[in-house]
Structures are given as structure tokens and as C-alpha cells.
Design a protein around this ligand. Structure first.
Ligand code: ASP
Ligand code: MG
Length: 461
């Protein structure tokens, strides 16, 4: 294998290819699919396309996976899924192969949803929700072919290999890369279309990467294929200084660094799945985020280094946070207490997000992004084990507000606006100093919107 000037391995000797991902709303109707297809045609470097399930389908499939015992309700959900797919199918020029494929997948959805009533499981959930992406890729590929593009659909499960943690599987990067080598020949003269969100474990069982995981899939494919850029086409024209639904004066950001964008994704900016940038960072792949329905509005480029690096770049908000406070007098001037706490959390695969400590207590917030998208909670068994060590207090209905920027821990007064924005809100936790790129605060969910608005007014308007 040759080595490039940057020193990393050349993954693939192909000429420059770009990977494009289209989210659920960008393939949710025939009209949306047409707009997405137009984007591909306008960007001929796009050789590999990753798409989500049609908007709404994954939610319905998850409901089915939980086992809807009431026959009428189950049928309604099945009908809702079928209606979304059939509308698109009806608008496409008739194609027996596509019709058959969609019909077969729908039969599979019916039979898996019946199994879910008997014995729901995480493995079954993944097999069932995968049908969303498996179907949408048939429809979209058919449209591209109809438009005269050399599109071919491939099954992501043959290439994107993961461990067996259903609902939040971890990709096996080396194996995925190895599998993707087989695509080189096809990429020469095809636009390959595949499913986001899904993969397969070593036994070939279907897995998923967690809600919103298609972005991550696209980045993993971009990495494995040695792509020169990754475009995430969604329903908003890029990354904003904050969610425009929270602050009407939110502004689009033309260019942002990997570090800033990672913080934003992690702290709740819904534009990107939090893991998306990891592969891009590893392989120095610039990422573009734009709206498939309005490409003329431009978007945001996420690069290793952005030209400007302002102290304050953006504000992100993440709701549904759970804070656990552990208090123990034996922690006072002792050692090993935190190690014990974290050993328990690790055993239950609980990922900790923010943390602050005092002499006799430690507060932490929990993170969770599995396919069910549940509010993070401490499993009862973990709570019981922790209670043998210390007093445990669990608090919900909290939100994390993250102020993202640059050189934050070296700039005098960087946190002043944070405190100013908190006039009427109660600050439950603040994390500052670990990252040069953020200050995070935990506040009651009720006051979070106002905190974001005040911060935005002060810093960006
Ligand atoms: N269809 C999946 C979801 O709705 C994955 C994705 O859209 O990224 O979460
Ligand atoms: Mg989506």
C-alpha cells in the first residue's frame, strides 16, 4: 500500500470520488427524491450515495418492533408505511423488479412485526427497522436509473461490518475497509446507492448504528472508499449559530472546523449525527452540509481548519438529559471511589457525558443515542450497585446548553456571557476547561430555550 504526503495510508487508489448522503426528508416523497436526484446530477463527482429511510418510516417501524398487539393498530401502522412507499412507487415509471422488491420487503415487515408481538428483541428491532432503508434505496435507485444515471443499488450489510450491539452497533473499521475494496471496480462506471444506518455483524445479522445513523454510515463509507469529500444533504441549509427554531436571528455558518462541528453534533445540534465526523477527521475528509431541497442556499463546509476561529461560534441545546449525583462521605480525601463508580457504569455500558466533582460528591450526565432514542436512564441494577457505594440521586427533565467556540479556556471573560444569560434560570452544572471549544451548562429543561435565546442575543445578534 502506498503512503500519501500526509502520512496516512492511501485507502484506495481511485480517482477522486465524493460520497453524498440524503436524509429521510430528502427521500420522503417522489418530489423530494427528484430534488435529491437533481443534486446528484449537478455534482458529477458523486459516485456513492447513502440514503435514509423515507421520512416517517423508521418511527413506524420502531413502533412495530415494540410489538403492537392490537391487530387494528398494527395494521394501521403497516398501512402508513406502505402508503409512503406506494406513493413514490406510483410516481415512478413502472418497473417490475422494483415493485417486486418493495412488495417482498413489505411482506418481511409484516412477518417481523408479527414476530415482535410474540417476542420483541433488539436483534429483531434492527432487522425490522432496516427494512426502511432497504426499501428507500430500491425506490431511489430506480429514479436515478430512470433519469439516465448509471446507478446500482448495493446492500450495505455486505460492506459495513459492525459488532453485535443491536441498536447501537460499533463499526469494525478495518473489516469495513477491507469489504469496500470490492467496490472499486464498480465505482469506475457506476453511481452506487446504499442504505445508511444499517450494517451486519460477523454472523451476518442486521445491526443499526443508532437513530440518525445514516450520516455516520456515509462518513464510514467515505473513509473506507478514500473519498475526497462527503456531502450530507438534509432539510436545512447547513449549520447555524443555533437552531433557528429557537432563535429567529440564527445565522448560517459558511465554514467551521472539525473540532467545533464535533462539539455541536455532540451537544445536540441535530444537523449531524454525533459520530459522523470521526471518520472524516481520521481521513481529513471535508464535509459539506446543505439542503437538498434548496441547494442554491449554500451550506456549511466542515474542514480540518476553518479560516476564521471566533471565540464564540454557536450554541447547541440537548434536551432530555439525566443527571446522577453520587454522594459519599468516604470519598473525602480517599482514593478509588471514582474508579469504583466508573467500573459499575462501564459494566452497564453507560456512557457518561458531563461530569463535575466536589469533595464528597460527583455529578454526571448520561448519554444515550440508541435506535429507540430513549431518554437516558440508569438501569435499576446499576442504581442498586451504585447505592451500595454511595447515596444516589437521579434528576431528569434537564437540558445541556453548550456554547461552542475557540480558545475558550485561554480567553479572559469567556464565561461571562454564560452567567449573564442565566438571570432567571438555575444553573445545575457547568463544565469549563476540559475543552478549548466549549462551555457546557446543565439547566432545567423549562428554562433552556430562554437561556439559548439570551445567549444568542448577547453573542450573535
Ligand atoms: N432512518 C434512520 C432514522 O430515522 C437513520 C437516519 O435517518 O439517519 O433514525
Ligand atoms: Mg434521518
Amino acid at each position: 500500500m502506498s503512503t500519501s504526503s500526509k502520512g496516512e495510508k492511501d485507502v484506495n487508489p481511485l480517482p477522486s470520488i465524493s460520497v453524498a448522503k440524503f436524509g429521510g426528508t430528502s427521500v420522503g416523497t417522489f418530489a423530494a427524491m427528484q430534488q435529491s436526484a437533481a443534486v446528484i446530477m449537478r455534482h458529477p463527482e458523486t459516485r456513492f450515495v447513502v440514503i435514509s429511510a423515507c421520512a416517517g418510516v423508521t418511527n413506524h417501524l420502531i413502533a412495530l418492533a415494540q410489538g403492537i398487539k392490537n391487530d387494528v393498530l398494527r395494521q394501521n401502522t403497516l398501512d402508513a408505511i406502505d402508503a409512503i412507499h406506494q406513493q413514490i412507487l406510483a410516481a415512478l415509471p413502472a418497473c417490475h423488479h422494483t415493485q417486486e422488491a418493495v412488495r417482498t420487503l413489505h411482506q418481511q415487515i409484516i412477518s417481523l412485526s408479527e414476530q415482535a408481538c410474540e417476542a420483541p428483541s433488539e436483534a429483531l428491532t434492527d432487522a425490522l427497522v432496516a427494512c426502511g432503508e432497504l426499501t428507500s434505496t430500491h425506490l431511489f435507485t430506480r429514479l436515478l436509473v430512470h433519469l439516465g444515471l448509471p446507478a446500482a443499488r448495493i446492500d450495505a450489510r455486505e460492506y459495513l461490518k459492525t459488532d453485535s450491539q443491536f441498536g447501537h452497533a460499533i463499526p469494525d473499521i478495518a473489516l469495513t475497509q477491507q469489504q469496500c475494496q470490492r467496490l472499486n471496480a464498480q465505482l469506475d462506471n457506476h453511481i452506487l446507492v446504499t442504505q445508511g444506518f444499517i450494517g451486519a455483524d460477523k454472523e451476518g445479522r442486521t445491526t443499526t448504528l443508532g437513530r440518525g445513523g445514516s450520516d455516520y454510515s456515509a462518513a464510514l463509507f467515505a473513509e473506507a472508499l478514500g473519498a475526497t469529500s462527503l456531502a450530507i444533504w438534509t432539510d436545512v441549509p447547513g449549520i447555524y449559530t443555533t437552531d433557528p427554531r429557537l432563535a429567529a436571528k440564527a445565522r448560517p455558518i459558511a465554514e467551521i472546523s472539525f473540532s467545533e462541528a464535533s462539539e455541536m453534533a455532540t451537544f445536540g445540534a441535530k444537523v449531524l449525527h454525533p459520530s459522523t465526523l470521526l471518520p472524516a477527521v481520521r481521513q481529513h475528509i471535508p464535509v459539506f452540509v446543505g439542503a437538498a431541497c434548496a441547494p442554491e442556499k449554500g451550506g456549511t463546509w466542515i474542514r480540518e481548519h476553518a479560516e476564521s476561529s471566533p471565540l464564540f461560534r454557536a450554541i447547541a441545546l440537548r434536551r432530555n438529559q439525566t443527571m446522577v449525583t453520587l454522594t459519599s462521605l468516604t470519598m473525602f480525601q480517599a482514593y478509588g471511589f471514582l474508579a469504583n463508580v466508573f467500573a459499575i457504569l462501564a459494566r452497564y455500558q453507560i456512557s457518561v457525558d458531563l461530569i463535575t466533582t466536589s469533595e464528597v460528591s460527583v455529578s454526571l450526565t448520561l448519554d444515550q443515542t440508541n435506535t429507540q432514542g430513549e431518554v437516558p436512564r440508569l438501569p435499576d441494577a446499576a442504581l442498586e450497585e451504585l447505592s451500595t457505594l454511595c447515596h444516589v440521586d437521579v434528576c431528569q427533565h434537564l437540558a445541556v446548553v453548550a456554547l461552542i467556540g475557540n480558545e475558550m479556556r485561554h480567553t479572559p471573560g469567556a464565561v461571562t456571557p454564560v452567567f449573564n444569560a442565566l438571570d432567571t434560570a438555575t444553573l445545575r452544572m457547568i463544565c469549563y476547561g476540559a475543552s478549548n471549544h466549549n462551555v457546557c451548562m446543565v439547566v432545567d429543561d423549562d428554562s433552556a430555550t430562554e437561556v439559548v435565546q439570551r445567549l444568542h442575543t448577547q453573542l450573535f445578534e
